[in-house]
Design a protein around this ligand. Sequence first.
Ligand code: COA
Length: 179
Amino acid sequence: MKVEIRRMVGADVAQVVAIENCWDYLSKWGEEGYLQVLGKPFLFCPLVAQVESSGRTSPGGAGTLAGAAVLALMVDHGELCNLMVPPRYQGKRVGRLLLAHCLEVARQRHLTRVFLEVRHSNQRAIRFYRRNGFRIVSRRKNYYRDPPEDAWVMEREAPKDPLPTGGSDVLKGMDVLAR
Ligand SMILES: CC(C)(COP(=O)(O)OP(=O)(O)OC[C@H]1O[C@@H](n2cnc3c(N)ncnc32)[C@H](O)[C@@H]1OP(=O)(O)O)[C@@H](O)C(=O)NCCC(=O)NCCS
């Protein structure tokens, strides 16, 4: 299976919400939340992984999605607000590819570090982030609701080197983000 990483567009939102709803424990942004994110390109970089040959590509959207991620662009660091791969595509490196593109966006924006929060009980995600260079730096008491739970804060440096070939396509549209 090949996937293309590209920017999220409005036509993707219904599928992204469906992916979000695969897990009870994920904070729910819903359609409204993702539309707000799309309306603030100076603050958020929302990406999707689209299964190749599954439909039109950007800017129309609407192909089959195998995952989504949202990186918040702060002044000097990035915050990975969201990264999810639906069960049928898990374990196929889609998560790693989405994360690599988020890190490349951070690098291009000269953000020095990337942070994220993850539930204490989300062992699969914690393992995944550790394998991808993140380390636990602190704990946030009762950070989550439904169900209530502490968060680990994880961080890593943004990469120094550009993503090898394959990452360039998603970044073509990113010049609108340049400050
Ligand atoms: C955490 C998450 C994003 C990882 O995405 P993913 O596409 O499954 O991850 P990858 O395939 O890139 O990596 C998973 C690793 O587990 C291995 N793996 C093997 N079988 C697997 C399976 N059935 N499911 C998941 N991973 C499996 C992969 O080989 C890979 O190992 P590697 O990096 O050493 O090669 C995904 O599991 C997910 O969406 N989880 C639910 C939402 C969530 O909790 N998000 C994080 C919120 S902070």
